[in-house]
Design a protein around this ligand. Structure first.
Ligand SMILES: [Ca+2]
Ligand SMILES: [Ca+2]
Length: 430
């Protein structure tokens, strides 16, 4: 397996012979695009409606957008992070004002590799009082003796300006390998008020340093730390390896590149999409202390049997392979909005290369359902305050998940909830 193919997706370290796909992808997907597809057969209470993506946050037309966070206390506003520019911009969710630059971190963000750059942002839950915002990025400046690192840093926002000089590096992740891949990662505050960060295995095919199964380091893990009121951070009580073997910060491990994860806004459950190696992209709910298998397992299959013993591995809720131009999962959200009632309680996720979007019911063991085949390079998801879902893309646009009926709604008429039984067309689920 080669290491030199260059993908656009910061989550993706490609391993299959796929050089040139990003350039070919638009042509291929135009040919394949059927707009909206529905499964041949689906569970009775399923997502068989005719779903679609409609452009939203229409002033956000930046290159390589990888994260969007709503601003506590500012209901119409959000910030959007662009990976390679290392810029943070304020945007209006309704389009009421033009985008404004909030921060330029290009002086410190390392951006050479396709998976490097400014990767995520999260506002303190106490933002209206403490003015703190957290960013995660690959850094040009590492601690002495560290060759390659990523930083979780805190900044102060004063009078709507993010003060770049106020940076405090809360946590430096030693990425160890010479590979620039598999840096993770997303920052999100959980419903428990603690800050979570997803970190990849540091790159290299087959996790050569065996970081995935090593819970004493921070790579290949989901981390949980307490930053509120702290100069840097404290380890929350209840972290599964606090006071025993394993790093105190680790919440769960055995991941390859858990690029995007989220919390179910109803239940608080954490769901992750873990980017695969040879062809198994997986999504799963995450529990404290869980071992999600990499690199003993990839998806449901054995990957590297040596030294794995009878480990206690947790299986994905769903996995898919690389057929149909799929290459890297982008974890989404459990849908809790009102517009798409058939999807309520389903976890929505996508593939960066194929542009497909799937839904899987979180309340049963039914098969995932392909709900959209788009032509977009879907890099991330965001949840609006009303729980509708946004999809960020590398196509310089943000889209909202909606139903085709809503797209065809006459101007001025009342919004309609998506009717999953209307307009569905049978189509194979690749
Ligand atoms: Ca290995
Ligand atoms: Ca796994």
């Amino acid at each position: 397996m080669t290491e030199d193919e260059s993908y656009a997706n910061p989550a993706r370290q490609p391993d299959t012979p796929a050089r040139g796909w990003p350039r070919l992808l638009p042509l291929l997907t135009v040919a394949l695009l059927v707009g909206v597809i529905a499964p041949r057969s689906a569970p009775a209470r399923s997502a068989t409606g005719a779903y679609a993506l409609v452009q939203d946050v229409t002033t956000a037309t930046f290159s390589r957008m990888v994260d969007l966070a709503t601003i506590p206390g500012a209901p119409d506003e959000a910030v959007v992070v662009s990976q390679k520019d290392a810029l943070v911009r304020r945007v209006s969710l309704s389009g009421a004002f033009a985008p404004a630059l909030l921060a330029d971190l290009s002086d410190r963000v390392k951006r050479g590799g396709s998976e490097e750059g400014l990767l995520s942002i999260a506002f303190s839950p106490e933002f209206t009082a403490d003015g703190r915002v957290y960013l995660y990025y690959t850094s040009k400046f590492c601690a002495p003796g560290v060759d390659r690192c990523s930083h979780l840093s805190r900044f102060a926002v004063v009078d709507n300006e993010m003060v770049e000089e106020s940076e405090v590096v809360v946590l430096e992740i030693d990425q160890r390998l010479s590979s620039d891949r598999h840096n993770g990662g997303r920052l999100l505050f959980g419903p428990d008020g603690y800050l979570y960060l997803s970190v990849g295995d540091g790159g290299g095919s087959g996790d050569p340093l065996e970081t995935g199964q090593d819970n004493t380091d921070l790579l290949g893990s989901l981390l949980r730390i307490d930053v509120t009121g702290q100069e840097r951070y404290a380890v929350p009580p209840g972290n599964p390896f606090n006071g025993k073997s394993g790093a105190d910060e680790v919440w769960a491990y055995g991941f390859r590149n858990p690029w995007r994860y989220s919390f179910d806004s109803l239940t608080g459950n954490l769901w992750v999409g873990d980017v695969g190696q040879s062809g198994s992209e997986e999504v799963e709910p995450v529990i404290a202390g869980g071992n999600y298998g990499w690199d003993c397992l990839e998806g449901f299959s054995t990957y590297e049997g040596e030294g794995c013993g009878a480990g206690s591995f947790l299986s994905p809720r769903a996995a898919y392979d690389h057929r149909g131009f799929s290459c890297a999962v982008t974890g989404g959200y459990v849908y809790r909005g009102e517009q798409l009632p058939d999807l309520y309680g389903w976890y929505i996720y996508a593939d960066f290369c194929s542009g497909k979007v799937w839904a899987v019911d979180t309340t049963d063991n039914g098969d995932p359902v392909a709900i959209i085949h788009s032509q977009y390079s879907i890099s991330s998801f965001a949840e609006l305050p009303n729980h509708e879902l946004l999809l960020l893309t590398f196509n310089s646009a943000i889209y909202r998940l909606t139903c085709r009926a809503e797209l065809n709604r006459p101007q001025g008429s009342a919004a309609r909830a998506c009717n999953g039984d209307a307009g569905a067309t049978a189509s194979p689920t690749p």
